[in-house]
Ligand binder design. Structure first.
Ligand code: GLU
Length: 495
């Protein structure tokens, strides 16, 4: 079949197995396929690989779809994000609804003698494996006594109720297979790396390597960008393509995402799934920007990119073959850049739900909100960073913390707090600007005859209840005079 005419359209897919959350590695794979499709005016397809019935759940499917939607990785074909009804003309897009299609292909291979029913039990297979290991075989593999059984005989055996898997025949395929990988170049696989492998389990369920090939072909997938861990699967897949005389898509196997200790990304170091980053207040565009750079780089090494810029500059030539380190510090930095570039209205829209969820009250005036953003902006890397900042301004959370005890015990501290209260009371306006605050601080310094930590720490306790924390010149201008007086009074009462 002519490859070029078969793949007349650029079509890429992301094919998650709904067995858990959308992992950042999965989001990256989805993104690369999305970018390639968009860059080339093609289609991005979402296919659900749910043939592992024990591990696949509806809940997980919904979560994956919702995270994809949140990230803005919208798909042209696949289950609708809310109704799950198929969109597109190459469906069904859930593998569990395509069993008839796999069965037809398996029957074709059986008829042509390229696959066979194998009745070996698990115990027999294990026994054979142990024996091969004992003999020193480097790659033990199934040598099935049923490989030569005529199909009619096997079918008769099935009718008696015997259980069989369908295996792909590899004995006659003694040669090297080549893959022109878009990222790794020419990859060579000796065919004896694999033995006769299963296509359909005894319950009729197809295995990943089989349904993946059938679907990629039937859905006319022209390019497959997927995780490096699937590279070794490619040999089995190439064998199936060859047996079916189907054109192969172009493959690209992207590098692994590693933790900073160069091990596989692990939950012990923090969030690894998109929903966790979402809950912690990361922005979807920042997460996408960051994961894009794990294994790909912009031609001018630009680091902060919008989705449009990524689509525009994406190419498989700039995908790296070596593992990419998931640097959580950098992720925060990337997030901060995207967050600070927001307009005040957008930024408040992001922050407010976090404040409400944490029961933090704030003045309703728009001018106050914008002023607070202007001041806090530089302290925000992720949206959740706003919580402690705004909490410090909410009187109902004001308390004198145990760590304040030492500073309050110094001989000069009472005078400092008293002078601070006096200075605030004497101040003519309702709010205090940063410059005013600096002047008030000088007044307290002169009147209490203190300086350095003897001055700053008790003052800070008088405002935020603890000797360390956000600078007062930042907080005080956002606070009402009465609130400052009340807080100082509360502190004096404990001294
Ligand atoms: N369902 C597979 C996975 O989640 C897809 C692999 C592929 O893209 O071929 O890893």
């Amino acid at each position: 079949m002519d490859k070029n005419s078969y793949f007349s359209e650029v079509r890429l897919r992301y094919a998650p197995s709904p067995t858990g959350y959308l992992h950042v590695g999965g989001a990256r794979t989805a993104l690369y396929n999305f970018l390639y499709a968009k860059k080339h005016g093609g289609k991005f397809i979402l296919r659900i690989e749910d043939t592992d019935q024990e591990r696949s759940t509806m809940e997980s499917l919904r979560m994956v779809l919702s995270d994809m939607k949140w990230l803005g990785l919208t798909w042209d074909e696949g289950p609708h994000p809310e109704t799950l009804v198929d969109m597109g003309s190459f469906g069904p897009y859930k593998q569990s609804e395509r069993l008839k299609i796999y069965d037809e292909v398996a029957q074709d291979l059986l008829q042509r003698g390229l696959a066979y029913y194998c009745f070996m039990t698990d115990e027999e297979i294990e026994k054979q494996r142990q024996a091969q290991i004992a003999e020193g075989a480097p790659h033990p593999r199934v040598e099935s006594p049923y490989e030569q059984m005529p199909l009619t005989e096997a079918q008769a055996k099935l009718k008696t109720g015997d259980k069989a898997v369908v295996r792909f025949k590899t004995r006659h395929l003694r040669k090297d297979y080549h893959l022109k990988d878009l990222i790794r170049g020419d990859v060579q696989f000796p065919s004896d790396m694999v033995g006769d492998f299963v296509l359909l389990r005894s319950d009729g369920m197809p295995v990943y390597n089989f349904c993946c090939v059938v679907d990629d072909y039937k859905m006319k997938i022209s390019h497959v960008l997927r995780a490096e861990e699937h590279l070794s699967n490619s040999l089995r897949q190439l064998m199936i393509y060859e047996a079916m005389n189907w054109p192969t898509p172009q493959f690209g196997h992207v590098s692994l995402v590693l933790d900073d200790d160069r091990q596989k990304l692990s939950k012990r170091k923090g969030a690894t799934s998109c929903d966790q980053f979402r809950a912690e207040g990361y922005l979807p565009e920042a997460l996408l920007n960051f994961v894009a750079l794990l294994g790909w780089s912009h031609p001018e090494e630009k680091e902060i990119l919008s989705i449009q810029e990524m689509i525009h500059s994406f190419s498989t030539e700039r995908l790296h073959s070596s593992g990419a380190v998931f640097d959580r510090v950098k992720l925060k930095w990337v997030n901060a850049q995207h967050l600070r570039a927001k307009s005040p209205v957008e930024m408040w829209g992001l922050i407010e739900p976090f404040l409400k969820a944490n029961n933090i009250s704030f003045p309703e005036e728009r001018s106050w909100k914008f002023q607070s953003l202007d001041v806090f902006k530089n302290y925000l890397e992720i949206v959740a960073d706003a919580v402690p900042l705004y909490k410090a301004l909410d009187d109902k959370y004001f308390e004198i913390l145990p760590e304040a005890k030492e500073a309050l015990g110094w001989p000069t501290s009472k005078t400092v707090v008293q002078e601070w209260k006096n200075a605030v009371e004497a101040f003519p306006e309702a709010t205090i600007s940063e410059a005013d605050f600096m002047k008030l601080q000088d007044t307290v310094k002169d009147r209490s005859q203190t300086k350095g930590k003897n001055l700053f720490m008790p003052m800070r306790v008088a405002v935020i209840g603890k000797p360390h924390g956000t600078e007062l010149k930042i907080l005080v201008p956002l606070m009402k005079k009465e609130s400052l007086i009340k807080r100082a009074q509360k502190v004096l009462e404990t001294m």
